[in-house]
Design a protein around this ligand. Structure first.
Ligand code: B3K
Ligand code: ZN
Length: 848
């Protein structure tokens, strides 16, 4: 397979302004008729080249005349076509056997589609690229009884009955759109209906389709949608533009959800919730994903991407918007902490591995591989830096200009930055480097206090180490937010760093304690040697909650790393002071306390060092946890009693208390006399958040209650697919000598299926990503198991396989024995036939 390059972009040779699609649905032989208006663009005599994969070509007509055309594996080439013509193509496709879940496929008994990025070519021959935009009419015909609902984008403009028990519906989408936003759904559902009136008075019908029997779990998603619609009007002045907005929840889905125009398709995991079956985290995620897809209507759909290298144009921006929304809906500091954890655990790891790329990749073999934490989350961090540099008003002016200028167009990341620049009259030339330069920058901090002049001097030096894809790096433009804490209080500043080394001076009465990167103002690693007393001061007395948490995490991380080198080391005074200080005020700020008391994850710890030894790091983390459990035993026991006194609601104060309780439970479970408390907690829980907190605590402490409680849980929830995913995940991530054997057994469980991405992610994904001891087992059994599984999975669903391989890619920080073991398995995979392009791209890079 060959890589595509951003530098090779050419505008399309033809335009297709209108498309009529006619679907006659059938499990294994759906007939698709596509009628396009085609127009040559520019003066040239190139053939019309259409993409198409796994299609059975029935006929091609140009202006009503049959033409003979030979299809290849990749598509269709039509020579000597007129400058303007009607093209009619009939194909047959096989949705039932489409296990890749891309194109038209079956999820349970329903038909549905997923076209982004390049799935439309599995439906019909077409110019499958986002800069070809058409107005669509879609006719769907199917059996009336099995498929009472026939849905597509836009407005329903016709319907009818047919004599053979079939019916048809005709849809029209008034907006031009790229084919990746096309969607079709056919099935039988329960329907939750509501409505929303936009600021300018448009009545929008809201329709949420869920599997029969799930109506009781649809309310939160609907409420979230209405909040998102209102928020986008208030914050960005952006209103919805059609008379109907539909969301369909399906069980078989490759990712979270898809923003198809007027017809979002969702993984049911991000729609369905009730207190008994969903956790606070589920409620949070549903609200945020519903909002994310809704926000795409403007940032993605009305203004779309010119080509797929520009993916971050819509994803980075839309993630940033959904982050702003979540911060407004929930606890801003906690929301920020969670985002930073994703950056540090996953994005920094991607930067350190073979798949490293800038937020606007320059070369792509398989586009699906670039729906990455870099394009999404680092992309959002880059937008956030713009927001910090321009301020709320300047950013909003830039957004207004961007949308006014480009509504209805397919544009580039450069166009976005240009709009920000023009609206604010500032030069963003240097800032643009964030789009082309990959890797995690490091910022070194040096300070000096001049007593006489009462001046605090701060030198910042930045450099980005070379990455696998790029040797030479340049200095970047980044905002560095700092806080100076002294006896009288604290002051905040945003320093604009543009040079490789820069000195700043600030007036300050008395030598302050400095805390850097407030709110994680730039996606970088900071090198700042601070003693533990200063970190402690920031953690306990800082203004910025994020900085307080960050300082606490640094103290904890350092004590864990110290205990790697000295296994008998006892807890440093500062850590003990941190915990008692935090516990004292836990009742006042339960959410922040919870995050400050939680140990940094293994993945975060691993990212802090160039080389780690898996077993000693695991042991060190465990030993610190044990010592903290014992040192504060009394506090854990009393704090877990601070529970909300009302019955479950997804409501801020309640969520905070439950979170604090969950953290306390993880320590408590390490204590010898915890059994009765855990047992009772499990029995009296009336909601999934508390239940899962107990199970997680038992799992991570390898408590003897774990197995009996898991059996009980299975008894109770064995028929509930979404809840069983939690059960599979607890098994998959359980660090226990038998974990591999149990994993093998569970792949045969009645509720497990290799065809369902949620199951694979829950069981195998949890093992590969979070079962550190099992996955990195010294004998290589974990790596071998995942590789064997990938071989099977790749034949079923390459996209899911390609996500699952991530933990096998970054191994340069492991010991040489483990590196060799991983390389052996990757080599085995590379020789496996057939191997998808998705896996080939990653494995070949990792072995390079
Ligand atoms: N745009 C989709 C992601 C499509 C992924 C294709 N492999 C969901 C989202 O980001 O909103
Ligand atoms: Zn998105």
């Amino acid at each position: 397979p060959q890589a595509m390059k951003l530098a090779d972009y050419r505008q399309p040779d033809f335009l297709i302004p209108a498309l009529f699609l006619d679907f006659e649905l059938h499990d294994t032989q759906t007939r698709v008729t596509a009628v396009s208006k085609v127009r040559r663009q520019g003066t040239h005599s190139h053939p019309l080249i259409l993409d198409g994969e796994k299609l059975q070509l029935v006929s091609v007509e140009i202006n009503g005349e049959t033409v003979s055309a030979q299809a290849t594996e990749k598509g269709l080439c039509l020579e000597n076509v007129p400058d303007e013509f009607e093209l009619r193509i009939v194909t047959h496709i096989d949705p039932l056997n489409n296990t890749s879940l891309e194109g038209l496929y079956k999820s349970g008994s329903a038909f549905c589609t997923q076209c982004e990025a390049e799935g439309f070519r599995k439906i019909t021959y077409f110019m499958d690229r986002p800069d070809v935009m058409a107005k669509y009419q879609v006719k769907i015909t199917a059996d009336r009884q099995t498929y009472p609902y026939l849905l597509s984008n836009g407005n329903k403009i016709g319907q009818g009955e047919l004599p053979d028990g079939k019916h048809w519906v005709l849809w029209e989408d008034p907006f031009f759109k790229p084919c990746y936003l096309f969607a079709l759904v056919a099935g039988d559902f329960d329907l939750l209906e509501d409505s929303f009136t936009t600021a300018s008075g448009r009545q929008v019908a809201l329709e949420l389709f869920v599997d029969k029997g799930n109506l009781g779990r649809a309310g939160h998603a609907m409420a979230s949608l209405k909040k998102a619609m209102l928020w986008d009007e208030q914050r960005y002045g952006l209103e919805y533009d059609l008379d109907i907005y539909m969301i369909v929840a399906v069980d078989f889905f490759n990712m979270g959800a898809m923003e198809n125009k007027g017809l979002n398709v969702f993984n049911s995991k991000f729609v369905l919730a009730d207190p008994a079956s969903a956790t606070d985290e589920d409620y949070f995620n549903i609200e945020s994903v519903i909002a994310h897809e809704y926000f795409h209507n403007w940032t993605g759909n009305r203004v779309t991407c010119r080509d797929w290298f520009q993916l971050s144009l819509k994803e980075g921006l839309t993630v940033f918007r959904d982050q702003q929304f979540s911060a407004d809906m929930a606890d801003p500091a906690i929301v920020r902490i969670k985002q930073v954890q994703v950056m540090r655990e996953h994005q920094f790891a991607e930067d350190a591995g073979p798949m490293v790329h800038p937020i606007r990749p320059a070369e792509v073999m398989e586009m699906n591989n670039f729906y990455s934490v870099t394009v999404y989350d680092k992309g959002a961090e880059v937008i956030r830096m713009l927001h910090t540099l321009l301020g709320e008003t300047g950013f909003r002016q830039g957004m207004d200009l961007y949308i006014a200028r480009h509504d209805g167009q397919a544009v580039t990341c450069d166009d976005f930055v240009q709009a920000m620049q023009d609206a604010n009259g500032i030069d963003l030339t240097l800032f643009r480097r964030w789009y082309s330069q990959s890797g995690t920058p490091r910022v070194e901090v040096e300070t000096l206090y001049d007593d006489k002049r009462q001046q605090f001097a701060l030198t910042l030096r930045q450099h980005t180490p070379a990455t696998a894809d790029q040797q030479d790096k340049l200095p970047l433009h980044m905002p560095v937010a700092i806080e100076l804490i002294d006896e009288t209080g604290s002051q905040q500043h945003i320093l604009s760093l543009t040079e490789s080394s820069q000195r700043f001076e600030l007036a300050c009465k008395g030598e302050p304690t400095l805390a850097v990167l407030a709110g994680f103002s730039a996606p970088v690693k900071v090198d700042f040697a601070q003693d533990s007393q200063e970190l402690l001061k920031t953690a306990l007395y800082g203004q910025d909650d994020f900085l307080r948490w960050d300082a606490a995490q640094q103290l904890l991380s350092e004590s864990i790393h110290a205990s790697v080198t000295d296994a008998n080391s006892s807890l440093p005074e500062a850590v003990l002071a941190l915990f008692s200080g935090t516990l004292d005020v836990a009742a006042e700020k339960p959410a922040l306390a919870a995050e400050m008391l939680a140990l940094p994850s293994f993945e975060t710890l691993a990212q802090q060092k160039p080389h780690i030894h898996v077993d000693s790091l695991l042991a060190a983390r465990h030993s610190v946890k044990m010592q903290l459990a014992e040192a504060f035993a009394g506090q854990w026991k009393s704090l877990i009693k601070v529970a909300p006194d009302q019955s479950y609601a997804y409501q801020r104060e309640q969520v905070q208390l439950r979170r604090l309780k969950a953290v306390c439970l993880t320590y408590l479970a390490e204590l010898p006399d915890s059994e009765a408390i855990l047992q009772q907690g499990y029995q009296h829980s009336d909601n999934m958040s508390d239940t899962l907190a107990i199970l997680r605590a038992c799992q991570s402490a390898n408590h003897r209650l774990f197995e009996p409680l898991m059996q009980d849980f299975e008894q109770r929830w064995g028929q509930d697919s979404l809840v069983m995913d939690k059960w599979f995940a607890l098994h998959g991530s359980r660090q226990h000598p038998n974990s591999l054997a149990s994993l093998q057994l569970l792949t045969g469980h009645a509720m497990y299926s290799i065809n369902n991405p949620n199951k694979v992610r829950a069981l195998i994904g949890s093992f590969a990503f979070y079962n550190t001891a099992g996955f990195h087992a010294a004998d290589g059994s974990g790596y071998r198991f995942v590789t064997d599984y990938l071989m099977k999975l790749d034949a079923v669903n390459p996209q899911v396989a390609s996500r699952l391989i991530t933990p096998m890619l970054g191994f340069s920080h492991l010991d040489s024995t483990r590196q060799d073991l991983i390389v052996q398995q990757l080599a085995r995979l590379l020789n496996h036939e057939p191997l998808s392009r998705d896996l080939y791209e990653k494995v070949s890079k990792a072995l390079h």
